[in-house]
Design a protein. Structure first.
Length: 76
């Protein structure tokens, strides 16, 4: 998983410092939004040919790591 996470970059000069893929202008947020909207990995890769399958996996790994941190949402 750590190897995948190396694909996620934080650079204040790119996309206002949001997490991006390999210092490109593709944010983790964009990929997660596309997946949650129902796009498949192959559809995303077709629409964004600069991306690789491992980039999508890296976004999912990053999201997983973030959700493991302490949550500040109120619980019911």
């Amino acid at each position: 998983m750590e190897n995948l996470l190396n694909r996620i970059t934080l650079n204040p000069e790119i996309c206002h410092g949001k997490p991006t893929i390999r210092n490109k202008r593709y944010t983790v947020e964009l990929i997660l939004d596309l997946l949650s909207a129902g796009m498949t990995e192959s559809e995303i890769l077709k629409d964004y040919p600069a991306l690789e399958n491992e980039d999508i996996k890296a976004c999912l790994a990053y999201a997983s790591k973030i959700t493991k941190s302490k949550s500040y949402f109120k619980t019911a």
